[in-house]
Design a protein around this ligand. Structure first.
Ligand code: AMP
Length: 518
C-alpha cells in the first residue's frame, strides 16, 4: 500500500498549532484591530484561492513591497499555503533597486502600496509581471478587493521539506544583492527548534515591533508566536514609549539592539512597567555591553542574544533557562551569542579551512537543517559560499570559547589587514567604547600605501558628554598592540545604520577610501 507522506507545507504545520478556540484573539494591533485565529486562516485562504485562480506557474514568486500590516502577514501565509514563493522587500528600496529585484526574481505577482503603484507597475510590466496589486496599511487596495470574491477555505497544497517557501534578498550593499532561497523545511525546522529552546508557551504574548521584510520580524518572531499558539501585539512601526506601554500584560519582546537603546532613553522604562515580561531577545547586530548592562540595571532582565542570518535563519542562542546548579543564575553571557542551536553544527576555521581549537578566532562555518538551498540563479555564488564538504561559510568571524559560547568578532570583509596583521574591528571598538563619555564607535579599514590598510576610528560621544580624543587614543594605545591602533580618528554625532540597526561599514569604507592615497 502506498502511504501518503505528511504535508511539509509550513502553513499546515503552523495551523495545526492554532488554538482550538478559533475565536480567541491572535493579533491585536496598535490601531485597535483584533484578528482572531479564524480570521488569519480565512483571509489567507481567500488570497491563496485568488492566486490559484490565475493558475500561476510552479514556484511562482510573489514579490511584496508594502508597509507593515497584518494583511501583509496574511499575504505571506497565503503564499505558504498556496505553494508560492514570497519575496519580501524593504520599503526603503527605490526604483533602480526595484528594477533589479524584478528582473532577478522574475515574479508572477507584485504587491505594492497604492502610493507606489504608478512607477512600480510600469517597471513590473516591463519585466514581464502579469499581476500587480495594491495593499495599503489601512486594509484597502486591490489585493483584498479581489480576494474578497474568493472562498475562505483552502487545503494547503502538498509541499516537500525541500520546496521553496521564500527568497530573502541579503542586505549586502556591496555588489549585487543575492536572493537566499529558503525552503519549507528550513523554516519549519528552525521555528520548531526555537519554540522549544526559548520555552514558548500558549499564554505568551509577543510585542511585535520589527519590520516584516527581514528574517527577524518575518520568520523568527512570527513563526514562534504562531507555532506556540501565542498571541501578538502588533506595532505598525516601533516607537519606544508605545512599546514599553504595550509590555504591560505581554511576555516576550524581540528587537535589534537599537530598539533597546531607544527604550533605555525613556523614563517610563522601569521594573513595574514590564513586570509581566519574561523574555527579551536581541539579534541582527551586535548588542553593546553597555546596553546589556544598562538593561539589566534598569529592568532586572538579562537580554538573551542570538545570532543568525537570512541564509540560515537562527544558528546560535543564549539559553532561556537558568543554571539550576548555581542557584538559578542566568546562563546568558554578555558579548556572546550563546550556543549552536540543536541540530546546528558550527566550526571555526583558519584561512586554509583548517578547524581551530576553542578560543581561537577564525571564519565561522555551519551545517544544519535551516541552512538555505543556495542563492537564486547564482550557482557560482552558491558554490563559493559552501565548502567542498557542504559547510556554509557564514562570512562572520568569531570564536567558540571553552564553555561552548560563540562570540562574533565581525564580518570577514570588515577585517582590517594592516602590515600583514589581522585587526578585528570589534576588539578595537570595545576598547574605545569602554572609555568614559563614549556611546559607541566604528573602526573601518582604509587603503594605505605602506601598511596595505589601516584603521579609521569613528567615535560617537554620549549625549552631552565631551570626549578628549588624545586621552582616548592614549587609553587605547595602553591596551592594544600598536598595529591595531587606528591611524585616523574622527568624532561623529552618530553612525549610519540600515533598517535592521546594522552599522553600514561599507558606506564608511567608501567615505575614507582615499584618505591615505599617496
Ligand atoms: P541578515 O542576513 O541581514 O540577518 O544579516 C546577518 C548578519 O548579521 C550576520 O551574518 C551577522 O554578521 C550579523 N548578526 C546577526 N546577529 C548578530 C549578533 N547577535 N551579533 C553580531 N552580529 C550579528
Amino acid at each position: 500500500m502506498h502511504m501518503r507522506s505528511a504535508n511539509a507545507n509550513l502553513f499546515a504545520v503552523l495551523r495545526a498549532q492554532f488554538p482550538d478556540k478559533q475565536d480567541a484573539t491572535a493579533i491585536e494591533t496598535d490601531t485597535d484591530l483584533h484578528y482572531r485565529w479564524r480570521d488569519l486562516d480565512r483571509a489567507s485562504a481567500m488570497v491563496a484561492n485568488l492566486f490559484a485562480d490565475w493558475e500561476l506557474p510552479e514556484q511562482a514568486r510573489v514579490l511584496m513591497q508594502v508597509d507593515k500590516s497584518v494583511e501583509a502577514l496574511v499575504l505571506y501565509l497565503a503564499c505558504l499555503r498556496g505553494g508560492y514563493v514570497l519575496v519580501p522587500l524593504n520599503t526603503a528600496y527605490q526604483a533602480a533597486e526595484m528594477a533589479y529585484f524584478l528582473n532577478d526574481a522574475q515574479p508572477s505577482v507584485v504587491v505594492c502600496s497604492g502610493a507606489n503603484m504608478g512607477w512600480l507597475s510600469k517597471l513590473a510590466f516591463t519585466s514581464g509581471v502579469h499581476h500587480v496589486l495594491t495593499l495599503n496599511d489601512d486594509r484597502t487596495g486591490t489585493l483584498l478587493d479581489r480576494a474578497s470574491q474568493h472562498a475562505d477555505v483552502q487545503v494547503p497544497v502538498q509541499r516537500q521539506a525541500d520546496d521553496l517557501a521564500a527568497i530573502l534578498y541579503t542586505s549586502g550593499t556591496t555588489g549585487r544583492s543575492k536572493g537566499a532561497m529558503l525552503s519549507h523545511g528550513n523554516l519549519t525546522s528552525n521555528a520548531q527548534v526555537l519554540q522549544g529552546y526559548w520555552g514558548w508557551r500558549s499564554d505568551d504574548v509577543l510585542v511585535h515591533a520589527l519590520p516584516i521584510f527581514h528574517v527577524h520580524g518575518l520568520f523568527v518572531a512570527i513563526h514562534a508566536a504562531l507555532l506556540g499558539g501565542s498571541s501578538m501585539r502588533w506595532m505598525s512601526r516601533f516607537e519606544p514609549s508605545a512599546a514599553i506601554a504595550w509590555m504591560a500584560g505581554a511576555t516576550v519582546f524581540m528587537g535589534v539592539p537599537t530598539l533597546y537603546v531607544r527604550m533605555l532613553a525613556e523614563h517610563s522604562l522601569n521594573r513595574e512597567a514590564i513586570q509581566t515580561m519574561r523574555l527579551f531577545i536581541s539579534g541582527s547586530a551586535p548588542l553593546l555591553t553597555e546596553t546589556f548592562q544598562a538593561w539589566q540595571a534598569r529592568t532586572g532582565h538579562t537580554i538573551l542574544e542570538r545570532y543568525g542570518m537570512s541564509e540560515t535563519v537562527m544558528l546560535t542562542s543564549n539559553p532561556e533557562h537558568t543554571d539550576t546548579r548555581h542557584g538559578g543564575q542566568s546562563m546568558r553571557r554578555d558579548g556572546t551569542v550563546g550556543f549552536p542551536l540543536p541540530g546546528v553544527d558550527l566550526r571555526v576555521v583558519d584561512n586554509q579551512g583548517q578547524m581551530l581549537p576553542a578560543g581561537q578566532i577564525g571564519g565561522i562555518e555551519v551545517r544544519g537543517p535551516s541552512v538555505f538551498k543556495g542563492y537564486w540563479q547564482m550557482p557560482d555564488k552558491t558554490q563559493e559560499a559552501f565548502t567542498s564538504d557542504a559547510w556554509f561559510k557564514t562570512g562572520d568571524v568569531g570564536l567558540q570559547d571553552e564553555h561552548g559560547y560563540v562570540r562574533i568578532v565581525g564580518r570577514s570583509k570588515d577585517l582590517i589587514i594592516s602590515g600583514g596583521f589581522n585587526v578585528y574591528p570589534a576588539e578595537v571598538e570595545s576598547e574605545i567604547n569602554a572609555f568614559s563619555g563614549v556611546a559607541e564607535s566604528a573602526v573601518v579599514g582604509a587603503p594605505h600605501p605602506d601598511f596595505g590598510e589601516v584603521g579609521v576610528a569613528l567615535v560617537v560621544p554620549q549625549a552631552g558628554a565631551e570626549v578628549n580624543l588624545s586621552a582616548l587614543k592614549a587609553h587605547v594605545k595602553s591596551r592594544l598592540a600598536n598595529f591595531k591602533i587606528p591611524k585616523h580618528w574622527v568624532m561623529e554625532p552618530d553612525l549610519p545604520r540600515n533598517a535592521m540597526g546594522k552599522v553600514e561599514k561599507n558606506r564608511l569604507r567608501e567615505r575614507y577610501k582615499v584618505l591615505f592615497a599617496s
